[in-house]
Design a protein around this ligand. Structure first.
Ligand code: DP6
Length: 324
């Protein structure tokens, strides 16, 4: 390998049934399966160039040269790919996203999905979608779900071989929209990698995991039948369960702000009043409000009038990771 380059695009995803806690932190084998939809309007584009004349890996993210942990995590991921083909050429990685990193989105999902697809191609390796998903998982668990298109399920699996994600419905199956309510774009939360480690310390984690297959089934069915009410019920409970585990971990992690609870409460009130809308919250204070595309302007108008809302971002369902 002297010189070879490839580029790929990928989208972040929002989990309806969430990944929280690993059986194996090293290879990111999750304690439970998860379901998500890709966010097609939010995009990360990554170019990987292997070049044996480079002294070491370099990584530019949104125009800023990275060092330390960010560079190390990317280099480690490339080492897996270099290992498959048995070469050691350093790489230059150039990555840009069209969404703010402080939005509390799992930006590592889009980042590692795009990095995996670009680097595998640049290394001249042919891989199935399943194997790309397994490999992306090693960089960031949720990245496994940004490889396939549309609505996606990541199987827990028992080993590295069978823990991967597949598309359970294409992007155009259901015109859902994620309206992301930014309440704090500077929040320094406990990152998800640390959150996964802490999950085991909560006495509630076992109960959350034990009941997960049931929630996965309800969520899958709700998506298949486009049953918004059923989807709303299962995703709100699943999100609450993640936060109950975080709040009871040792040390405890509180991701919510007072405004987070105000948005959650408003969303539930609007649904009870007949507007199909539901919330889900990742490892941060911002709220993902899910609705059908027909109600997006009403939902946005109502959200913008709530206290503490800094800005709103929205996205339709998107495709999987693709080469450019
Ligand atoms: C709360 O995939 O970001 O968003 O594997 O350590 O990179 P790492 O964790 P990550 O965890 C995502 C956690 C979550 C829920 C989810 O997306 O399923």
């Amino acid at each position: 390998m002297t010189f070879s380059t490839a580029a790929a695009v990928a989208h972040p995803n929002i989990a309806f049934i969430k990944y929280w806690g690993n059986r194996d932190d090293e290879i990111r084998l999750p304690q439970n399966g998860s379901i998500s939809m890709n966010l097609g309007d939010l995009t990360t584009r990554t170019m990987v160039t292997f070049d044996s004349s480079l002294p070491r890996d370099t990584f530019d993210l949104n125009g800023i040269r990275q060092s330390g942990a960010a560079l190390q995590r990317v280099s480690q991921h490339l080492n897996l790919i270099r290992g498959i083909r048995g070469f050691s050429a350093p790489a230059h990685i150039f990555s840009e996203s069209n969404f703010p990193t402080g939005a509390g989105l799992a930006s590592s999902a889009a980042a590692f999905a795009a990095l995996t697809v670009a680097a595998v191609r640049a290394a001249g390796i042919e891989m199935t979608e399943k194997d790309l998903s397994r490999l992306a998982r090693r960089g960031s668990g949720s990245a496994a779900r940004s490889i396939p298109a549309g609505f996606v399920e990541w199987f827990r699996g028992d080993t590295d071989t069978d823990s991967y994600a597949i598309s359970i419905a294409p992007a155009d199956h259901w015109d859902l929209v994620d309206c992301i309510v930014i309440l704090d774009s500077n929040h320094k939360a406990t990152g998800s990698t640390e959150g996964h480690r802490l999950a085991q310390t909560s006495p509630l984690q076992q109960a959350r995991v034990k009941d997960c297959d049931h929630r996965l089934e309800n969520c899958r069915d709700a998506i298949m039948h486009k049953d918004f009410d059923a989807l709303a019920r299962v995703i709100e409970i699943d999100s609450n369960l993640l936060h109950a585990v975080a709040m009871t971990s040792n040390p405890p992690v509180f991701y919510w702000l007072p405004a987070t609870i105000e948005v959650m409460q408003a969303v539930v009130d609007w649904r009870l009043a007949g507007l199909p809308v539901a919330y889900t919250i990742d490892a941060g204070p911002n709220v993902h409000v899910i609705c059908e595309s027909g109600s997006i302007s009403r939902v946005q108008e109502k959200l913008a009038a709530l206290p503490g809302v800094q800005s709103l971002l929205s996205s339709k369902v998107g495709n999987g990771a693709t080469l450019e």
